[in-house]
Design a binder for this molecule. Structure first.
Ligand code: BGC
Length: 768
């Protein structure tokens, strides 16, 4: 009897369980209807398990339930509906997870891709898409559902500590490059989270900074890149930023997250918060900030209480929840994908090695110093960064890479013989200097969170240089900078300092006295002063921070196995004070200092509490080219190992699209690729406009000497519009425009006039 009862109860329980609705793409509304308010609240918040860079690489709290160790966080699960956790991990230069796990012999290193600035400097959306596909493969094979990138804030000022993660001072470049990498990553069936939406253009007081931005600058500069990206790629998620814009936290801004993002641009997916940026929960839910990451118990309580007392609307919660569940059903984790934890890192390394030169920018190359003559073998290698390259930046944008090929190794692989005496000197110095730098930074640095402060170059005395010039055939000098999340850079970090000047001057003098050349490599994540370097270098190669294959990629360029075909996506000013935003930018005050101060005190400091974007739309080349102000290197600039001629430029109209074509011919002696830029000058109208603005770009395929290619670039009537604050609309003036086919913003090759009819796109009068 007892036994029969047990069997019947078991059957009953079983049938209740199996009749429970399990989430499918088709029954989302039903699942929402069946959820308790506590469950709904839980789904709107997530979890975090300590990032790999916060020092929890091998020993997590066993109760924490990290699915992929070192990932930035998980979304919530509800077993009874079959809703799994999904995993979100940083970051823009590769999957940022812990490389080792306790009691596990395997390793979980991820490819270190080149930083965002290098990727954008390729000006090649096809190549960026392809890199995205292998990046996305690692996301998927390591069991991650969403990678928290790309970073796409505008490079308003060279000192922003996270510029290395970002793409450009120009929204067209940012938007198109971001869309390309997102489409590449997402082609694997995993998600992305372009960030930080929006106005997070400085690290100083990033969590509480109020960015005061005019309507026009917001629409044309700081939101435009996101608009282009959303329309061209529909990322699975978008990360809202920490800061305020015009007095409202972006995470609480319905104007930004619903009116503009969804109603105007047609975004369909979820918005997630930047990490631990807890704000007013009610405002966040209402704004359409669907998912709080990582979220906490207090926020769950706020939602539950708010639903009970009516201060949070059920319709808003259900709307956000629906978007979250629509996201969940797309994820590999929901689909039960069996990830391998073994992406083919070697194959990826080969592709990264080949791609990086395409974003390296040759800034100077007198007398064809580069590529180096094949007879040159003996190299004097100066600069401590030559012996320990920066492959990427720090903070969440860091990646635990299996290795980094430094320049010494790269040159060695390329068959160069590196001067032994200098090797010994730098090996000793490196030990001392990096130890000093680490101790100055405290414990965080050992986990790679904060950027290392600049390490001075050793002072070596005249004869070290003279003797090195005797022994070697050429000198290579590396100037390096590290930067990262939480800290803006300083004037010192931008400038070339006396110790560096000494190294550059002495090298140049010693080698030139012997008729030998000097190559300078810039291993930086952001813009630095270059005017003083120009005098002491025969060639300057901006190698950026090129990822784990750094030394190999650079050596390939030096010896001519690859060629540089990158161009600058930001202006390189002569002095920092030439940049209009510098007067309204924090000079180096950063998180390290902030944690020792009270928030209220920080908020009183100019450009920390509030930053006034007084320069309006005059950012980067829009300012420099219009004002005719001299620069070190203009936007769009980059030499190669060959030369190109432009001819036969035309603009044709097809409906509301314009098709611009130009023939590009390789007129030099080596193969190469050319990034062609199309700037447009508008006729005089009611609004003041820059001399010209970038409206399209394209890169040729590899052209052999003598070979030509017709390049096609398209843009629309809407792309030509400026934002009119009076009517809250994007207005395209009627009239005759000039299309400028250019090799850089300062090197316009062909001009073509074309007629445009008037256009107007009404926007909402919001975010004031
Ligand atoms: C950063 C984000 C990052 C997140 C998760 C935040 O501090 O600003 O870029 O994705 O942490 O690590």
């Amino acid at each position: 009897m007892k036994k029969t009862f047990l069997v019947i109860s078991a059957l009953l329980i079983g049938s209740t369980l199996s009749s429970q609705t399990k989430l499918t793409p088709k029954n989302i509304d039903k699942v929402i209807k069946e959820m308790s308010i506590e469950e709904k609240a839980k789904m709107l918040t997530g979890y975090s398990f300590g990032h790999s860079y916060w020092g929890l690489p091998t020993d997590p709290d066993p109760n924490a339930g990290a699915i992929v160790l070192g990932a930035a966080g998980n979304t919530a699960n509800i077993e009874r509906f079959g809703i799994p956790h999904t995993v979100m991990s940083d970051g823009p230069a590769g999957v940022n997870i812990a490389p080792k796990r306790k009691n596990d012999q395997n390793s979980y290193y991820c490819s270190g891709f080149p930083i965002g600035s290098l990727i954008a400097s390729t000006w090649d959306t096809g190549l960026v898409y392809n890199l995205g596909t292998i990046f996305g493969n690692e996301v998927k094979e390591y069991g991650v559902d969403v990678v928290l990138g790309p970073g796409m804030n505008i490079m308003r000022n060279p000192l922003c500590g996270r510029n290395f993660e970002y793409y450009s001072e120009d929204p067209f470049v940012s938007g198109l490059i971001a869309a390309a990498i997102i489409n590449g990553i997402q082609s694997n069936g995993v998600g992305t989270s372009p960030k930080h939406f929006a106005g997070n253009n400085q690290e100083g007081n990033r969590t509480h900074n109020n960015a005061v931005i005019s309507q026009r600058a917001l629409r044309e500069i700081y939101l435009k890149g996101y608009e282009i990206m959303v329309k061209k790629s529909q990322p699975w998620t978008i990360m809202s930023s920490y800061n305020y814009i015009n007095g409202v936290y972006t995470q609480e801004s319905k104007d930004l997250l619903t009116t503009i993002l969804r109603d105007e641009w047609g975004y369909k997916n979820i918005v997630i918060t930047d990490w631990t940026g807890t704000r007013n929960t009610k405002a966040q839910v209402n704004a359409g900030n669907d998912l709080m990451m990582p979220g906490n118990a207090e926020q769950i309580k706020h939602i539950v209480d708010g639903l009970k007392d009516g201060s949070i609307k059920m319709a808003d919660v259900d709307r956000n929840l629906k978007r979250i569940l629509e996201y969940v059903v797309k994820t590999p984790r929901y689909m039960g994908y069996k990830y391998s934890n073994k992406p083919n890192l070697n194959a990826h390394a080969e592709k990264i090695r080949k791609a990086a030169p395409e974003g390296m920018v040759l800034l100077k190359n007198d007398d064809n110093t580069l590529p180096m003559h094949s007879k040159i073998k003996k190299v004097a290698l100066f600069g401590h960064t030559s012996y320990k390259l920066y492959a990427g930046g720090t903070g969440s944008g860091n990646v635990n890479k299996p290795y980094v090929i430094d320049l010494l190794k790269g040159l060695d692989n390329a068959g160069m013989i590196i001067d032994d005496t200098l090797k010994t000197v730098y090996a000793k110095y490196k030990e001392y200097a990096h130890h000093e730098a680490e101790s100055e930074m405290g414990t965080f640095t050992t986990n790679g969170y904060f950027p290392r402060p600049r390490v001075k170059e050793p002072s070596m005395g005249e004869y070290t240089y003279i003797n090195a010039a005797d022994r070697n055939e050429i000198a290579i000098v590396t100037v390096g900078r590290s930067s990262g999340e939480g800290c803006d850079r300083t004037f010192e970090d931008f400038n070339i300092n006396p110790d560096e000047m000494d190294m550059l001057e002495q090298t140049y003098k010693a080698f030139h006295n012997k008729g030998k050349k000097v190559i300078v490599i810039l291993n930086v994540g952001g813009v630095i002063e270059t005017a003083p370097i120009q005098k002491y270098a025969d060639a300057i190669l901006l190698a950026w921070q090129p990822g784990m294959e750094a030394g190999n990629s650079i050596a390939d360029v030096l010896i001519g196995k690859s060629y540089p075909s990158g161009k600058l996506t930001m202006t390189w000013p002569i002095k920092l004070t030439d940049v209009p935003s510098t007067k309204n930018f924090p000079n180096g005050f950063n998180w390290r200092d902030e944690i020792f101060k009270k928030q209220d005190d920080i908020n009183k400091i100019p450009n920390l509490g509030e930053t006034r974007y007084e320069e309006g739309i005059n950012v980067g080349y829009r300012y420099f080219q219009t004002a005719g102000k001299e620069v070190s290197y203009p936007f769009g600039f980059g030499l190669g190992y060959t030369k190109f001629e432009y001819s036969d430029a035309k603009v044709q109209r097809k409906g509301d699209r314009y098709i611009a074509t130009v023939t590009v011919k390789n007129v030099g002696n080596s193969k190469g690729k050319e990034a062609v830029q199309l700037y447009v000058t508008a006729p005089a109208g009611e609004l003041d406009k820059p001399a010209f603005e970038l409206k399209a770009f394209a890169k040729t395929h590899e052209l052999q000497p003598g070979e030509s290619q017709q390049i096609k670039m398209t843009f629309t009537n809407y792309d030509l519009a400026s934002y009119d604050e009076k009517s809250s609309s994007f207005v395209t003036d009627k009239g005759t425009y000039i299309a400028r086919f250019a090799a850089s913003a300062a090197d316009i090759r062909q001009n073509v006039e074309f007629k445009v009819s008037a256009g107007i796109v009404k926007c909402h009068d919001v975010m004031k």
